[in-house]
Design a protein around this ligand. Structure first.
Ligand code: SF4
Ligand code: SF4
Length: 94
């Protein structure tokens, strides 16, 4: 199940998803976040530590080389229902 690798953080207005399977732990998202919303956890993956400060600038989303972090705006169920298209990119056969 791909979903197991995805951590979701939401306050009902914003949804940040981090796909730990795709994330290679480069730390770029943490570096680029102007609001220090993100921090690397002991496992070397980013976590949202201050969702309230997120300005939805999407720098983390845009800069991530592995499409492992996404930021979406919306309201409650709509963002949760929309969720994120969990598409496999490329793939190495099966
Ligand atoms: S959208 Fe911007 S403020 Fe929010 S976590 Fe990403 S880089 Fe930080
Ligand atoms: S930029 Fe992407 S690959 Fe790098 S640590 Fe952040 S989520 Fe992981």
């Amino acid at each position: 199940m791909e979903g197991e690798h995805i951590r979701r953080y939401t306050d009902g207005k914003i949804l940040i998803e981090i796909n730990e399977q795709w994330c290679k732990g480069c730390g770029i998202c943490v570096e680029f976040c102007p609001k220090k919303v993100l921090a690397m956890n002991p496992r070397g993956k980013p976590e949202v530590i201050d969702l309230e400060s997120c300005t939805k600038c999407q720098l983390c989303d845009l800069r991530c080389p592995d499409f492992a972090i996404t930021v979406e705006e919306g309201q409650d169920e709509s963002i949760l229902a929309t969720g994120r298209r969990v598409e496999k990119k490329g793939g190495m056969g099966s």
